[in-house]
Design a protein around this ligand. Structure first.
Ligand code: HEM
Length: 749
């Protein structure tokens, strides 16, 4: 290799392989970075931009004022400036001689660097870490009697963009932290955009929006050291929630398995607040919105969540995009709990304006009104996921807000923060935010104005623009501000007395859990409080737990080495809500990941067949082998060095591979796991971790011996099949329950 031109030497080697396409393995596992496999050599024949990948979608091309238009992406075969001038070279700046300084006249250099210098925008003040996808919503028509919203009509299709998120972490934080998840959906209806800005938990920490900065300041990293990132296991969080006890119900949800979802595809969504619907006759009902995932509600274990934070911090993002790419489109049913619109705004004694309370489904069933399918990933993360702007006030006719004081504050907050985050008042003209309904709003000018408004009279009334735009009436589908009588009352900074009950529904949630879910809640409280520095905060939170349940309080106190305090309020007499538990039902396994350990030296009997069967069942098979490349013509996706149990929902063992040449702790610490020398120690670790996390494990042929060596043979959820088909069928049955729950011994009733 020449010392002066190392790049040239690499080029020569590469050109020798010019015709070779690197991706000979044509992996059918999702996750390929581009829409065409890259050649080894740099392509030099000009051609237009590659098409997006098959699973990618983009915001529908609309003008800034909602009219259909043409493409938004880059064009042509040649590199240009932002003004369209073609460029010869973007590898060298214009210099006064090869060793001289860069010239100020180098416009291409300055444009490129200046634009780059301004590529970042402020991240969201909350929910900064998120992941978006496009989809379609189809109405069932079942809501037609309660709302005039057209998009809920039977068979009506509406484009949707959804963004899932964590709340506390910054944009680059890990996906699997313990936190509430956002579930924000933008419906581009032809009557104006509807944003359902929801969470995966049906209650919120606070009752009044004026406390939002307080709870978020408490949950974010400590201001002095800026730690810990993206978690609630620290003093300021528990300081606040133990003092501001209306947070206790939401905190209980966060400490439950709901705080560590297995996948965005396996989360419920809740509008939290009560909304008011109005039908064509002007009649109203109160509703709570629910998203019900077709795959059921499932969670990670705490150890899985922690390992994933390091092994794959993008776990949820990858899971969503891989599932869509694999054609396992995530689906949810949208449903409503329908409650009478009475002057008291209560139902079964529950104050419907209090966002720290649920209405148990057993009292008001969730009635399905439509189906959402996410079927396209974004083409450009920044343009779509980062720039999307949701707002609880984006409502079409037929849906209106209530006086919930949290909702009322949100109506102000979102647009206010977006003015800064998106650099001015015209962010509704960014492609992902453009409505699919005609816009004629009389809003004018401002930074980044994209529309070219005609006329001279953006005011009403006018005669100079012929009176346009005109107010619409019922016949034209005008938005309805429902007339609500506000009871005569003094102007006060106060809550209704009903908001004072802070513990009864936290108790309802605890009592609704199965024993294994209760164990997880005890562990989460003990872990989080154990991470607090100050004992005073632990003691104060224990006092709150005493008001929720004495068993819970005693268990957490024991873990903390503190006495369990007595309750200070009578324990609420509440009926459990079985609908809140995640355990005990069966669900489809679409998009689940099945790891298959193979031993290339011992033949691959049945592996290709099992792999195809996993794919045919809508799941993703990942082959795990001693080395990369291919084994027996099949692509290897993970090696013993790169794979980790937390990536898989279930494990199949098709062989008992002997220790690979890199099974040395100095190369891979995982190889230091103790075990019999007959099998690669990393395979044993894989099996033992899967076992510990109560995952289904199947083996056939030589793989059965690994079950013995790992010490798991004959235990619940571990299957030795006569063939690959057999083992897979058994594992699939086990996956329906998500985990082999009986593997977790429980101590609680
Ligand atoms: C029921 C209670 C709440 C729910 C369900 C909720 C949900 C969400 C969700 C899902 C997002 C992320 C949106 C996205 O993906 O872009 C978000 C962002 C945000 N929320 Fe909330 N939130 C709640 C309460 C509040 C309150 C009370 C406030 C303030 C008074 C607030 C202020 C914000 C702000 C400022 C953002 C960032 C928006 C942006 O930069 O685009 N939220 N919220």
């Amino acid at each position: 290799m020449s010392a002066r031109k190392p790049a040239k030497a690499v080029k020569d080697v590469v050109e020798a392989a010019a015709e070779k396409v690197a991706d000979v393995l044509t992996p059918d596992a999702p996750g390929a970075p581009g829409s065409a496999p890259p050649p080894v050599a740099e392509p030099t024949t000009p051609h237009g931009p590659l098409p997006p990948k098959g699973e990618q979608g983009a915001p529908e091309t609309r003008s800034p004022t909602g009219a259909p238009t043409t493409a938004n992406g880059q064009q042509g075969a040649y590199l240009t400036t932002s003004q369209g001038a073609r460029l010869r070279d973007t590898d060298h700046s214009l210099k006064a001689g090869p060793r001289g300084p860069i010239l100020l006249q180098d416009h291409h250099f300055r444009e490129k660097i200046t634009h780059f210098d301004h590529e970042r925008i402020p991240e969201r003040v909350v929910h900064a870490r998120g992941t978006g996808a496009h989809g379609v919503f189809v109405g069932y028509g079942t809501a037609e009697s309660i709302t005039r919203a057209g998009f809920l009509a039977k068979g009506r299709e509406t484009e949707v963009f959804v963004r899932f998120s964590t709340v506390l972490g910054s944009r680059g934080s890990a996906d699997t932290v313990r936190d509430t998840r956002g579930f924000a959906a933008k419906f581009y209806t032809d009557e104006g955009t509807f944003d359902l800005v929801a969470n995966n938990m049906p209650v919120f920490f606070i009752q009044d929006a004026i406390k939002f900065p307080d709870i978020i300041h408490a949950g974010k990293p400590h201001p002095d050291r800026e730690i810990p990132q993206a978690q609630s296991a620290h003093d300021t969080f528990w300081d606040f929630v133990s003092l501001h006890t209306e947070a206790q119900h939401h905190t209980m949800w966060n400490m439950s398995d709901r705080g560590i979802p297995r996948s965005y595809r396996m989360m419920e969504g809740f509008g939290v607040h009560t909304f008011r619907l109005v039908n064509a006759a002007g009649e109203t009902v109160l509703v709570k919105f629910h998203w019900k995932p077709q795959l059921g509600v499932h969670s990670l274990t705490w150890e899985e969540a922690q390992l994933l934070g390091g092994v794959d911090p993008d776990f949820h993002r990858r899971d969503l995009y891989d599932a869509i790419e694999a054609g396992a489109y995530p689906e949810w049913e949208l449903g409503v709990q329908v409650l009478p619109d009475t002057p008291e705004e209560t139902f079964a004694g529950i104050d419907l304006l209090d966002p720290t309370k649920i209405v148990p489904e057993e009292l008001a069933p969730v009635q399905p009104i439509g189906r959402l399918t996410l079927n396209r990933t974004p083409t450009n993360f920044f343009a779509e996921t980062e720039q999307v702007a949701f707002h609880v006030g984006h409502l079409p006719q037929g849906i209106d807000v209530t006086n919930d004081p949290l909702l009322q504050g949100r109506l102000f907050s979102y647009v206010d923060t977006q003015l800064t985050r998106l650099g001015g008042p015209n962010f509704s003209q960014i492609p992902v935010n453009r409505p699919h309904a005609p816009v004629n709003d009389m809003l004018r000018d401002g930074f980044h104005q994209q529309a070219v408004h005609a006329g001279v009279a953006p005011y009403r009334p006018n005669s100079l623009d012929g009176g346009n735009p005109f107010p619409a009436g019922d016949a034209e589908g005008a938005f309805v501000d429902v007339t609500v009588t506000v009871a005569q009352a003094p102007k006060v900074r106060a809550n209704p007395a009903s908001f004072d009950d802070h513990f009864s529904q936290a108790r309802l949630f605890w009592l609704s859990m199965s024993p294994v879910e209760r164990e997880h809640i005890v562990r989460a409280y003990t872990f989080e409080l154990g991470k607090c520095y100050h004992q005073a905060i632990r003691e104060r939170q224990l006092a709150c737990l005493a008001n929720i349940d004495p068993v819970l309080c005693a268990q957490v106190a024991a873990g903390l080495g503190l006495p369990a305090p007595e309750p200070t309020v009578p324990l609420a007499d509440v009926a459990p809500s079985p609908a809140l538990s995640q355990v005990g039902r069966e669900w489809p396994a679409d998009g689940r990941t099945v790891g298959i350990v193979v031993d290339p030296d011992a033949g691959l009997d049945g592996v290709g067949r099992v792999r195809r069967a996993v794919l045919a069942a809508g799941m993703v098979p990942l082959l795990i082998a001693p080395h990369g490349g291919a084994v027996g013509g099949l692509p290897v996706q993970r090696t013993f060095a790169t794979g980790r149990s937390v990536e898989f929902d279930a494990l199949l063992l098709a062989g008992a591979p002997v220790p690979a040449p890199d099974a040395l702790p100095a190369r891979d610490e995982k190889a230091g796991a103790p075990g019999p020398a007959a099998v690669d120690p990393r395979v044993l670790l894989l099996v033992q971790e899967c076992w510990r996390h109560a995952k289904a494990i199947g083996a056939w042929g030589a793989g059965v011996a690994v079950l013995e060596l790992a010490g798991v043979a004959g235990t619940p959820g571990v299957v030795a099949g006569d063939s690959g088909d057999d083992a897979l069928a058994a594992v699939q049955r086990l996956l329906a329950a998500h985990r082999v729950w009986e593997r977790f011994p429980v101590s609680l009733p």
